[in-house]
Write a protein that binds this ligand. Sequence first.
Ligand code: UDX
Ligand code: UDX
Length: 454
Amino acid sequence: MKICCIGAGYVGGPTMAMIALKAPDITVTVVDMNAVRIAAWNSSVLPVYEPGLDEIVRQCRGRNLFFSTNVREAIKEADLIFVAVNTPTKTYGVGAGRAADLRFIESVARTIADVAESPKIIVEKSTIPVKTAETIKDILAANGMGNGLSHQVLSNPEFLAEGTAVADLLAPDRVLIGGERTPEGEEAMRTLVDVYARWVPRDRIITTNLWSSELSKLVANAFLAQRISSINSISALCEATGADVDEVATAIGKDSRIGPKFLKASVGFGGSCFQKDILNLVYLCEHFGLPEVASYWEHVVKMNDWQKRRFAAKIVRTLFNTVADKKIAVLGFAFKKDTNDTRESAAITVVRELLAEQARVVVYDPKVSAEEIRLVVLGLGVENPRLQVATSAYEAADGAHAIAVVTEWDEFKSLDFAKLYGTMPKPAFIFDGRNVLPHSLLKEIGFRVYSIGR
Ligand code: UDX
Ligand code: UDX
């Protein structure tokens, strides 16, 4: 069997590497129109940082795992084609700011229709609005009729979280596969089930109809994000009342009906999925004439925007209502630890708000490059001398009035805080946006410590 995956990003790369590892008899080719990205996948420095991924790629690359820019050739040869291109939120026209931009999906469908010489099973990996499979099928049918080919479209949403992608792929809670309830559809689903069954127990592989599968992905992310916005809303109430949000989270999390996960109060959730998928859900609800449902979910995102701005505002207020020309060290820029992904990271909002208050911001992140930080905060070609990037936490904090921890990188928990304190003007402030630092120790040293929900 030959598998091709279009899109060599955070989802396509790790997922295909795992299939190649677990199915040595299957040839897996990952293609992307971005030649720089493909070159990186073929080099010793992979474009995606995920613990454990290097080792798997090293083991499989050149054996049954290949990275290439030859999209058409890979499509022609493949039996199964995964589509893992990005589906950003539309920035223009109808549904701007909410609907998913499906132009990459459409162009991929057209390329497949154009190139295929045999029937294919097309697997949607990208998160997309419900009924996108219909669009793909439509394009394929309209273009495939002539050469008599009948392709099958399956939905197989990715539930891996960045930073733990390898572990999530190795032992997923479930694999979800949606397909048409026709003999051809069932046959296609069986083919894909057999690929995953090489390492995932069969009772964890769920098959559903296409629309249930597409919708489940959006709903899973919406429910997870809702928990974070819920606990973050309570963090503000804790600060006002003297309750401690981590104690509240522990207490309610012991109720097995609620459970302990995804109750960590934070400066706000980020990542490529949560906001985009909720907005997508909102758009769908509006489209189907359900404005109450739409605004219910939309508020999860609004709550998150507020939480990010609230953190920046608290820094300004605490530093005697002005940060103009004060140096602020921002530790962490990725949207969470163990990834170099910065999409929708809370750090972007925090840094922008501080710059707007005329602060001098120095960012340090162990895995995100200085160029990327500047590009993401300021935009292409924009300069701002107030934004600097340091190569260590110590360099960032040297002479800073305050430290703000935005990402929960492990190395921040065990910094030499006395040393940091020594290099800062007094009073020295520390804002823990992730509640991960040793607060009693910091207070002993002399820091004024502020956290979320305490
Ligand atoms: C994934 C999912 O696919 C997306 O739906 C989900 O919601 C977020 O995560 P991800 O792998 O993180 O996307 O995206 P990205 O890292 O941007 O990778 C997508 C790749 O597809 C890019 O490398 C891009 O160059 C490639 N691409 C895009 C193509 O090769 N062809 C296209 O037509 C469009
Ligand atoms: C998410 C989903 O978990 C995954 O199943 C889906 O396929 C893709 O989207 P990801 O975006 O990689 O994965 O990260 P996740 O671990 O879910 O974290 C998202 C954001 O929420 C991060 O910014 C994280 O720091 C934040 N978060 C998470 C909290 O603030 N508190 C928590 O308790 C958990």
